[in-house]
Ligand binder design. Structure first.
Ligand SMILES: Cc1cc2nc3c(=O)[nH]c(=O)nc-3n(C[C@H](O)[C@H](O)[C@H](O)COP(=O)(O)OP(=O)(O)OC[C@H]3O[C@@H](n4cnc5c(N)ncnc54)[C@H](O)[C@@H]3O)c2cc1C
Length: 419
């Protein structure tokens, strides 16, 4: 199949940006628009007046084995490094009993760390990790049908890590989605599992260099421009109605819809999309961070689940946070600050704070919702879908969004596509 000569992209989150970059690299002229005032979608940074700081809407963790993250950043010439420990060390604190431990995976693919009591979860035995091998190979069903959700390894490692990766209670989550993430990270060893965060911000690590690269490649982004409807004509899309007028789509032009699932479902007839979502709540505190504080700490037994420290701020994340979204923001900030003080040994009044609630942060990573994800190609020959919710085998992550953009671009180019 030969590719399209031009492309229009609706949505400048990571999926839309990655599609735009892939198409431009192939020499295809692209126009990209987003309804919001800025690019980045769910992965964005902004100046927060309450804190007097530039912050991310939410802490985003990627793993060193995320190949699309590395490829995308290389393609756009991103120079701000992603920061993380030299090895796959995951530090935890249990606020209920003060216990602290660090799981230290070795770098190579042979997981000899499991044989070291000083590296694995305290109180665990080698045999306790055997069920994880089943999850690595899992093809269907819920996680709790593959491994028993209990015991030290589950409570102190598997559950907190999978909750962060899937943004859904791990027991009810899809074993296939978890298995895919684990195969590409833990399954390849500690080197691929090193956690990394954007420093100083997501904008600097992903969005700003992508926009700069696109501008240099004659693809400026149009913001505040909403796609309102699509005109379908037989087997193709023939027009797009934007908030500022109608665009005719020529027969040589591809359209990539890189909008959230509920928007796509309102624009495309009979489109199957995930319908259930999970929230993520983040708390941000303007606080000068001591060098001795960990960059990242998993918490058990508190309201917050992960603490991330940046030089000028401390942030916390709660995944699958639906029970928290209606809670008073200041009340949440106080609970988060109490957790931070207990975990990091801080004795200070609550500083300037911000709480960001993303109600539909990701689709619910259950087997049922995963089954609703559509393929990137549609029954219209020039319409392609991109987004972390499009069927990719991956959960809703930066990696999944970037790969889906790449795949949509490959289809528009008439090239083989692979997740
Ligand atoms: C708080 C939070 C924390 C997260 N943490 C992590 C993490 O730790 N690790 C990780 O890998 N992932 C994480 N994620 C998930 C990650 O952010 C997403 O998977 C990714 O950003 C999705 O990108 P996308 O391009 O698919 O969608 P989006 O970012 O939602 O982009 C869609 C874009 O479409 C635009 N749009 C909507 N309607 C229209 C319209 N009608 N016309 C034109 N444009 C439109 C929107 O404005 C938006 O910019 C997190 C998400 C959140 C919210």
């Amino acid at each position: 199949m030969s590719g399209f000569a031009r492309a229009t992209i609706a949505g400048a989150g990571l999926a839309g940006l990655s599609a735009a970059v892939a198409l431009r690299r192939a020499g295809v002229p692209v126009a990209i628009s987003d309804s919001a005032a800025q690019a980045g979608g769910r992965c964005r940074s902004y100046h927060d007046a309450a804190l007097g700081l530039t912050i991310d809407n939410g802490n985003h963790l990627v793993l060193a084995g995320n190949r699309a993250v590395a490829d995308f950043r290389a393609a756009i010439g991103a120079t701000t490094p992603l920061s993380g420990p030299a090895h796959a060390d995951f530090a935890f604190a249990d606020l209920r009993d003060g216990a602290r431990w660090t799981v230290r995976m070795n770098d190579g693919a042979v997981p000899w760390w499991l044989f070291s009591r000083r590296r694995r979860v305290p109180g665990s035995r080698l045999v306790d990790y055997v069920p994880l091998a089943r999850l690595l190979r899992a093809g269907r069903g819920r996680i709790d049908a593959v491994i028993n959700p209990g015991g030290a390894v589950w409570d102190r490692l598997v559950e907190p890590v999978l909750l962060a990766a899937l943004n859904t209670a791990p027991a009810e989550s899809s074993a296939a989605l978890a298995g895919k993430v684990l195969r590409e990270t833990i399954g390849r060893g500690g080197r691929a599992t090193r956690p990394m965060v954007a420093v100083p911000t997501l904008g600097a690590a992903f969005i700003d260099p992508a926009l700069a690269w696109l501008t240099v490649h004659e693809t400026p982004l149009s913001t505040g421009r909403r796609l309102r409807s699509i005109t379908f004509d037989g087997d193709h899309v023939s027009a797009l109605r934007w908030s500022d007028g109608t665009q005719t789509i020529g027969s040589d032009e591809a359209v990539i819809l890189a909008v959230p699932p509920w928007v796509a479902a309102s624009l495309v007839p009979d489109l199957s999309t995930p319908t259930e979502h999970r929230a993520i709540v983040n708390g941000h505190f303007a606080f000068p961070v001591a060098r001795t504080m960990p960059a990242m700490l998993g918490l058990l037994g508190g309201t917050a689940e992960w603490i991330f420290t940046h030089p000028d701020r401390i942030s916390v994340t709660v995944s699958a946070a639906d029970p928290l979204v209606d809670r008073d923001r200041e009340d949440l900030a106080r609970a988060f600050w109490a957790d931070i003080c207990a975990a990091l040994g801080i004795a200070a009044p609550m500083p300037a704070w911000q709480v960001v609630k993303e109600k539909r942060a990701t689709f619910a990573a259950t087997p049922e919702q995963d089954a609703l994800r559509p393929p990137p190609g549609t029954r219209w020959r020039n319409l392609f879908l991109a987004g972390d919710w499009v069927a990719s085998g991956l959960p809703a992550t930066i990696e999944g969004a970037l790969r889906s953009g790449d795949v949509a671009a490959a289809l528009a180019l008439g090239r083989p596509a692979r997740y």
